[in-house]
Design a protein around this ligand. Structure first.
Ligand code: MRU
Length: 355
């Protein structure tokens, strides 16, 4: 992996013989990219959150599958396919919650199995598919943005929108889901301001969401996570829109830790709470959110700020990276196919499902 400067627009870009990732661990202080040439390095980049956000992880994993396919030396078809399963397993072992990762790896495996001809033909098809997954995701996010715009409250004319974590261009192939709605609302003149929760402990809201807004001159106010309820009580917020990492068939939605608290606050203040996510984030195999695996990350993320310890020795830690917002707290799920009540997604969306 090597770092240099690149185009800020897309977090995962194919450069002819390698993948370029915006290094999201260095923003906003430094804009730099990391070159990925091996599937093992892609797995490391996902695990260490150089690339993060459910759809972006899916796109990155798809390229990881292609890179891995090029590292396989056998020209025996069965041997190749079985080694490719191993590449997929290594990528799948990086982060457990975002289902887009598993969706993308399984789609790549299916393409490999369905492609006849020499190994080089399978590899070509894998690259084409990874590129398609990326391009589709940008279009999907734009559709999510437009559908989201259509359900935003009509009053006031210019809205103050609260979001949690970063569900922006950086978290997708480009444009964003929750920030896709923000972008569409801003372009349509319907947005007054974004309130961005800082999103402890990794600070994706403070570091990434504010950075994206500043790039486009979208007015943004940073608040710490504990301030959201107060802001709602002060009538500073009109609507909440967040992303998701995995949505169960009943509409329960896992997203960055702290999202559930925001949803409870929104309910208490009678504010609409929308989840914006592509179909690839819905896990129709899970009946409800109780089955969603919740990633636990290293405790240093909560006992340190920078390199400084913030609590005495001997304290115990619990650092879940995601929580599950129950369907009953969600006003609607904004997808590329429209906006649905959480209870309707199984019936109205499962036939669109593809791998
Ligand atoms: O741990 P992260 O930064 O990968 O978590 C990201 C989120 O929780 C996002 O809100 C979610 O992936 C939706 S991204 C469009």
């Amino acid at each position: 992996m090597t770092a240099s400067v690149a185009n800020p627009v897309y977090p995962v870009v194919w450069r002819g013989d390698h993948v370029e990732l915006i290094d999201q661990t260095r923003l906003p202080q430094q804009f730099s990219v990391v070159e990925i040439r091996r599937s093992e390095d892609m797995a490391t980049a996902i695990k260490t959150m150089i690339v993060r956000g459910a759809p972006a992880i899916g796109v990155a994993a798809a390229y990881g599958m292609y890179l891995g396919s090029c590292e396989i030396t056998t020209d025996n078809r069965d041997g190749f396919l079985s080694e490719l399963v191993g590449v997929g397993n290594q990528l799948k072992a990086t982060r457990p919650t975002a289902v887009n990762l598993f969706w993308a790896v399984d789609r790549m495996l299916k393409v490999a199995r369905q492609t006849l001809g020499p190994i080089s033909q399978i590899q070509d098809q894998l690259l084409t598919t990874a590129q398609e997954i990326g391009a589709d995701d940008v279009r999907t996010c734009q559709a999510i943005g437009n559908h989201g715009l259509s359900v935003l409250p009509k009053d006031p004319e210019k809205l103050c929108l609260l979001t949690h974590c970063n569900a922006g261009a950086l978290a997708t192939a480009g444009y964003g889901t929750a920030l896709g709605v923000v972008r569409s609302a801003w372009t349509a003149g319907r947005l007054a301001r974004v309130y961005a929760d800082e999103t402890r402990p990794r600070l994706q809201g403070a570091k990434l969401t504010t950075w994206e807004c500043v790039q486009e001159d979208i007015p943004v106010t940073l608040i710490s996570d504990g301030m959201a309820a107060h802001c709602m009580q002060q009538n500073l917020i009109d609507v909440v829109v967040v992303g998701a990492d995995r949505i169960a068939a009943n509409g329960d939605a896992a997203n960055k830790i702290g999202t559930y608290s925001v949803a409870l606050c929104a309910k208490a203040h009678n504010l609409p709470f929308y989840v914006a996510a592509p179909l690839s984030t819905i896990d129709f195999d899970l009946a409800d959110g109780g089955g969603i695996p919740i990633e636990e990350r290293h405790p240093s993320e909560i006992y340190q700020i920078g390199t400084t310890d913030i609590c005495p020795k001997g304290v115990e830690f619990y650092n879940p990276a995601f929580d599950v917002t129950p369907a009953e707290l969600i006003t609607g799920i904004i997808t590329e196919h429209g906006v649905f009540a959480p209870g309707d997604i199984r019936e109205k969306l499962s036939h669109h499902r593809s791998t």
